[in-house]
Design a protein around this ligand. Structure first.
Ligand code: PA5
Length: 467
């Protein structure tokens, strides 16, 4: 198995200067990092840390997923994921990383599996657009919601169910696969009543930690991803991080660095992959980092308001958009580069424009060389401006390296939550908007009526500020 590598040098004060983290500070934090490791380990497989056993206890589930995937690949031309948040970002990130960058446009023989659509919004134009391009008779829908009651996903389900019944009559059940909690929520009951094929999300696996369970693995297997490789990669990373000595555990060291960086006012975390295939890993990471660490109470109930805002960027595209800010703006960011050593394609640059030396110079080289040179150039510019950065290198993008990367980032999140002394596994701040939305929609319940009344008490808008 190829192993991903980490270079934290440009995070360190001894390397980058005053805005970096001094080695002495990391050494002083050794005890706190040991405690963070012990806390995460003590809860392995318990409460909301069920994601830590996914690399070890899914043999049967993997076989069931592979069997279903084979049926779906045989019977359908399109596979649609209906889900939002953790139920969509992981499937999208893995698909982008491990399948062809224009997968849906490939002819069927080259794709091998059905076209994939991940519908993670309720923009009315989007559902209409989806229905314009799929043939319902040849489409399978994977309804993914852990709570089984998320308004966005369940409203999509109702629309699709209605359309399917019109298009295929009683056969609609064959077109729906459900991924949800076994005991909790309404969808598991609906699935049982309807007899839908169902995969279960273990209770201790929250949405943003769920890519390596059926939430992500069903869609991945359907499109031909090596799901055993993904899980093996996660296992390898778990084993590699089995130490409470941060100098032997890269995820713990990274958590310590990020914690120290936050302490120095670096309130933003930019993830900048230099590979389009890793572009959506930044989206997935943004949810993981933001929803896990953005908290206003410590574990002992004290006000804290902590977190680090994740920013999605992609190299080289964002060199021409955000890099100016990263080099000359405030010292409030950590930049994480994702580097790929061996791309799956080589794009040579032909000779030409002989009378323009700076362009002719590119002839005979390749995009592979150019993208890496630009990554090095950007990394150097950030270093030279005194800003911190770090690089995670993937020898190549494959199921095993992606499994390692996802699990590494999950571990970093858990350790950082422990260092911040917050609950990294809940999301109470999301609830307010859900209740308020249902109140606006006119839902009748004590809670929602009270919320409606509360909302009316907002100050009246001052016309001076409305243009
Ligand atoms: O990380 C989380 O728990 C959330 O982002 C959920 O994934 C998201 O709210 C969707 O929830 P559900 O899977 O219950 O539909």
């Amino acid at each position: 198995m190829q192993t991903i590598r980490f270079d934290f040098n440009p995070m360190m004060a001894e390397y980058v200067g005053e805005h970096g983290i001094p080695r002495a500070e990391m050494e002083k934090m050794a005890g706190a990092m040991r405690d963070a490791y012990a806390m995460v380990e003590a809860n392995r497989g318990k409460g909301m840390q069920g994601w830590m056993t996914l690399p070890y206890d899914q043999d049967e589930v993997l076989s069931a997923i592979e069997k279903t995937a084979a049926r779906v690949r045989e019977e359908f031309d399109a596979f649609v994921v209906l889900g939002i948040g953790g139920s969509a970002l992981g499937p999208a990130a893995v698909h982008q990383a491990l399948r062809h960058l224009h997968y849906n446009e490939l002819p069927k023989e080259k794709r091998g599996g059905p076209r994939l659509y991940i519908e993670d919004n309720i923009d009315p134009e989007r559902m209409a657009a989806l229905l314009d391009v799929i043939d319902l008779e040849k489409t399978c829908f994977n309804v993914i919601t852990k709570s089984g009651g998320t308004a966005e996903t369940m409203s999509q389900y109702l629309i699709v169910l209605d359309q399917l019944k019109k298009a295929v009559g009683d056969d609609y059940r064959r077109h729906i696969i459900v991924t949800t909690s076994k005991e909790k929520g309404y969808l598991t009951k609906i699935a049982r009543q309807e007899g839908y094929e169902t995969f279960y999300i273990p209770d201790g696996v929250g949405g943003r930690f769920s890519e390596l369970c059926p939430v992500g693995l069903v869609a991945a297997a359907v499109t031909g991803v090596d799901i055993r490789g993904l899980v093996a990669g996660a296992k390898a990373m778990d084993e590699r991080c089995a130490s409470d000595d941060a100098w032997k555990n890269p995820a713990l060291f990274e958590a310590g660095l990020m914690y120290a960086a936050m302490g120095k006012g670096m309130n933003m975390s930019v993830m900048m992959p230099y590979a389009d295939s890793l572009k959506l890993i930044s989206d997935w990471y943004a949810q993981l980092w933001a929803e896990s660490l953005g908290k206003n109470l410590t574990l002992d109930g004290k006000p804290c308001h902590v977190g680090q805002t994740p920013i999605k960027a992609v190299g080289v595209t964002d060199q021409h958009s955000q890099l100016q800010l990263y080099t000359e703006g405030p010292f409030d960011k950590v930049i994480t580069f994702l580097k790929v050593e061996a791309f799956r394609a080589k794009t040579p640059i032909p000779h030409g424009c002989d009378d323009v030396p700076t362009i002719a110079f590119l002839g005979g080289k390749s995009h592979n060389q150019l993208i890496e040179a630009e990554r090095q150039g950007t990394e150097y510019a950030i270093y030279r401006s005194g800003h911190v950065s770090q690089t995670i290198t993937l020898p190549s993008v494959n199921a095993e390296t992606i499994g390692q990367l996802l699990y590494f980032l999950e571990l970093v999140t858990a350790y950082t939550g422990a260092l911040l002394n917050i609950d990294a596994f809940n999301q109470p701040g999301v609830e307010e908007s859900k209740v308020a939305s249902y109140a606006v929609m006119g839902y009748e319940s004590e809670k929602h009526s009270a919320k409606r009344e509360e909302m009316k008490k907002r100050p009246a808008s001052d016309p001076d500020y409305i243009f």
